[in-house]
Design a binder for this molecule. Structure first.
Ligand code: FUB
Length: 365
């Protein structure tokens, strides 16, 4: 859609200039028109390459749909790990995961599809490759993904390891790191200042586990079999926002719940933990809570965005890179509003002094 829009803009500019040229026979105007046309084409072609939107919303790529962005900085480069909605999807049809990177937020390298369900022999093949996040530790990369655990017929969390984001990636344990269960999707990973790595995940609930230093196993002495559920906290409006009537997919009915929906995104600034998440049920908006301990209590901070244009999901996260802050998320604008054909978008914003996040406008103007 965006490509079509960009081309129709080029054509429109072209039309206007041709129209102008007919009106004036003056040579100077014709030359001016030709230069303007050239400039317009160059500018539009440039925009097409970097996927820039007029409103300040930018895209990493227009090659194919790339939902559930998870940005991460490594040295001079920002990587974005995403999923992949098939071009023909009318429901979630997600076979694999992709990687993109940049050094200047303008020019993006498309590393392509570098991980797929074929890398996880325990996973349903060719589909249900849902949201993910990768992190670097001691020269290795660890990519946590949601995929369907075929022994449970429910999503679980897998892990793949590589020497670099471009791969090759391999499953080092040959089984789900977190076996399938209701709501076990959307992993987010974070390494605290003391070196302890934490894995959070969840839809219709939020759970977390302590990762061992190897990053491919969890500390089973923590909580119940290594997994701590945040149920009581999630029910608290002071921690996760005002209650609203939301669908509970386990109970198959609507119940009153706080805003937390799915897609946790965990990180720390100074001594404050930030937990961003998709909120409000569908259509989702992006919101966040903060805490002074990874175990909470959390303090609901409010909305970061309103609902994502053209998509009932929004999955993303904020990241700081080269002195600037960016919000990544996905929308359905390029697909013309198909919520199963989603595209990564990002825009710059300014954090407040204490790291808190202002409300960010993601509507296309
Ligand atoms: O992309 C599949 C699912 O949709 C993700 O796991 C959720 O966060 C939502 O974006």
């Amino acid at each position: 859609m965006a490509i079509v829009n960009h081309f129709s803009l080029i054509i429109r500019n072209f039309d206007l200039i041709i129209y102008d040229s007919y009106k004036i026979i003056d040579m100077k105007r014709t030359v001016f028109a030709a230069i303007t046309l050239l400039l317009a084409i160059t500018l539009q072609a440039q925009r097409l390459l970097v996927g820039e939107q007029s409103s300040g919303i930018k895209r990493v790529n227009n090659r194919m749909y790339n939902p559930d962005p998870a940005p991460v900085v490594s040295g001079d480069r920002l990587y974005v790990f995403t999923g992949h909605d098939l071009d023909t999807a009318t429901y979630f049809r997600m076979p694999d995961w992709q990687v993109f990177s940049t050094t200047d937020m303008e020019h993006w390298t498309d590393h392509g599809i570098v991980l797929s369900t074929a890398n996880f022999k325990w996973a349903k093949q060719g589909d249900n490759a849902w949201a993910s996040q990768a992190i670097e530790r001691n020269g290795k990369w660890y990519w946590y993904v949601a995929a369907e655990d075929t022994t449970k017929h429910l999503h679980g969390i897998g892990v793949a390891v590589a020497d670099r984001p471009e791969g090759p990636w391999a499953d080092p344990i040959g089984k789900p790191l977190i076996p399938g269960n209701w709501g076990f999707i959307d992993p987010t990973v974070f390494i605290d200042d003391d070196g302890q790595a934490w894995l959070f995940w969840g839809n219709n609930g939020c759970w977390y586990a302590k990762l061992n230093e190897d990053m491919i196993s969890i500390d089973t002495s923590f909580a119940e079999n290594g997994i701590c559920g945040m149920r009581a906290m999630l029910d608290d409006e002071a921690q996760f926002g005002p209650k609203c009537l939301k669908m509970d997919y386990q109970l198959h009915k609507k119940v009153m719940k706080t805003g937390f929906e799915e897609a946790p995104w965990i990180y720390k600034i100074g001594d404050t933990y930030f937990l961003e998440y998709a909120a409000g049920g569908v259509p989702e908006h992006w919101a966040y809570s903060t805490a002074k301990s990874i175990h909470g209590p959390w303090h609901y901070e409010g909305r970061i965005t309103d609902e994502s244009p053209g998509s009932f999901t929004i999955h993303g996260g904020t990241i700081d890179f080269k002195g600037k802050s960016y919000l990544f998320y996905h929308d359905g604008i390029p697909s013309g509003g198909n919520g199963f054909r989603r595209t990564t978008a990002f825009r710059e914003f300014q954090r407040m002094k204490d790291g808190r996040i202002p409300k960010i406008d993601i509507q296309e103007k």
